[in-house]
Design a protein around this ligand. Structure first.
Ligand code: SAM
Ligand code: SF4
Ligand code: F3S
Length: 466
């Protein structure tokens, strides 16, 4: 018998203390959604467990962006069959981007699945969990929120000083290769005033010092509401106690002159821009329906770096878009030289059912795609090595966010405002530096890592002099 204090009630159904195991795939938006799901489940008496065997409820928050992400999920889902054999009652749910487009099929196909839920019904998770514990099973909910408003309050379940804040959902761009507009729906922005109030509340009452504004296309923020992303950044920059503002991801089509100037004016704004280019070839960009040229893209980088010389720029590249010629591939290689990215995420093209690119004739082989990806990655490493070397001798303000222990030695790490990961070498082995602010001087770098030592420690209080 559960003691009374271990039971919570939802719609009169008893919820004894239970454990949830959750696996998240994909982008930061999905990770943020998972946190939101947890904040609802806590009210139903769930706590998290890392151990599948120990869990009463398993949730997969899925990503559909490339085939590899899909395959990972299907193989993990397959493994859950063995849990069903142990005789314990375990519920299994699938959410996120695969569930949005394929929820009903998944439920029919996999006997171990109890329910599926899409990306626009996250805030109804309590009702769905209630339904499944009330005896209903094998249902899929993947409806779209039809209201014209997008209004939410950020929920955080952790005690650290970093928070993600959704500012816009969905995507209207329909790049020819991309599944996201189908899994996340049409673009809808929150109101600027609501976001500023949300951020102020997080800073004042939850100890948040660093925020990351989230959206598939953050700089399209405010269209339809008569507001702009630059205006939002200026407003957030006024919040005292907020140390750092980051954002991701932006689309080159929507980078305005005002946004560029905001990077000059807003001291709390991180000097980092992740601006996916996808290809260095204008003809491929046209086939991708990306709505800009390489000349325009390079001009944006030049303006950004002029407005703020500390600006660090990273990007995404797709190798082997359908029918990409060797010449078009070489144009991407040339772009890497011209753009001098600090970092890239690069992928081979992956066919996504229902997208325009899936219907294109395609003469490229996996082998050609793989070779091109390797060439892109090798070239980028050559480029970023001297860029990182320029950091040597410079001091950066770093929020310590983790550690690794090797051979009994602990090494703490954090990220610079410009988004480079730094490992810190001279900290005491006996103290806990997690979420401390440090000034870190860089002593050595490679293409992929930076090592430094702390020259000043501020404890957990942001050292803002703004
Ligand atoms: N909204 C962002 C933008 O417009 O650049 C990116 C969103 S998407 C989740 C992240 C990255 O996945 C894209 O920038 C693209 O490089 C990559 N991607 C998307 N669809 C892909 C596909 N079908 N094959 C390979 N990579 C893909
Ligand atoms: Fe996908 Fe393009 Fe939208 Fe980015 S802008 S999410 S790549 S459709
Ligand atoms: Fe994947 Fe969906 Fe994000 S497809 S990348 S989890 S928006």
């Amino acid at each position: 018998m559960e003691s009374e204090k271990n039971v919570k009630y939802f719609n009169d159904l008893e919820f004894p203390a239970r454990k949830v195991w959750m696996k998240t795939y994909g982008c930061q938006m999905n990770y943020h959604d998972s946190e939101r799901i947890m904040s609802h489940l806590e009210k139903l008496n769930f706590s998290t467990t890392e151990d599948q065997e120990d869990a009463d409820l398993l949730i997969f928050n899925t990503c559909a962006v490339r085939d590899l992400a899909n395959q990972k999920f299907y193989s993990h889902l397959g493994e859950t069959k063995r849990l069903m054999k142990n005789g314990k009652e375990v519920k299994v749910a699938v959410g996120g981007c695969i569930a949005q487009t394929e929820g009903k099929e998944l439920i029919q196909k996999y006997p171990q699945l109890d329910f599926a839920f899409g990306t626009d019904v996250i805030d109804n998770i309590s009702e769905m969990v209630f339904r499944t514990y009330a005896g209903d099973s094998k249902f899929a909910v993947n409806t779209w929120d039809r209201s014209s408003d997008y209004s939410i309050e950020t929920k955080i379940t952790h005690g650290n000083p970093q928070a993600f804040i959704n500012i816009i959902k969905g995507c209207d761009k329909f790049c020819s290769y991309c599944i996201v507009p189908f899994t996340r729906g049409r673009e809808k922005s929150r109101k600027l005033a609501e976001i500023v109030k949300d951020a102020r509340r997080l800073v004042e009452y939850s100890g948040i010092q660093e925020i990351t504004l989230l959206g598939q296309n953050v700089n399209s923020f405010g269209k339809g509401n008569g507001e702009t992303f630059a205006e939002l950044l200026y407003a957030l920059n006024e919040i005292s106690g907020l140390e750092l503002i980051r954002y991701t991801t932006s689309h080159p089509y929507d980078v305005s002159d005002e946004l560029i100037v905001a990077h000059r004016d807003c001291q709390r704004l991180a000097p980092h821009l992740h601006l996916p280019v996808q290809s260095g070839s204008n003809t491929v960009l046209q086939r991708m329906l990306r709505q800009y040229t390489i000349e325009h893209y390079l001009e944006l980088l030049e303006k950004m770096r002029k407005a703020n010389p500390a600006m660090v720029i990273s990007s995404d590249i797709i190798a082997g878009f359908p029918n990409e010629t060797e010449k078009e591939h070489q144009q991407t290689m040339d772009l890497l030289d011209k753009a001098q990215f600090d970092f890239i995420y690069s992928y081979v093209f992956s066919v996504r059912r229902g997208t325009k690119a899936a219907k294109m004739d395609d003469f490229l082989t996996d082998e050609i795609r793989g070779r091109r990806l390797r060439e892109i990655q090798a070239k980028q490493l050559e480029i970023q090595k001297p860029l990182r070397a320029q950091m040597q001798g410079q001091t950066y303000r770093v929020l310590v966010d983790g550690k690794k222990t090797m051979a009994g030695q602990t090494q703490w790490k954090g990220r610079t405002p410009c988004n480079r990961i730094v490992h810190i070498n001279n900290l005491s082995q006996h103290e806990n530096y997690l979420w401390n602010w440090l000034d870190v001087k860089i002593e050595s770098t490679t293409a992929l890592s930076c090592q430094g030592f702390s020259v000043r420690s501020y404890g957990r209080q942001a050292p803002s002099t703004l």
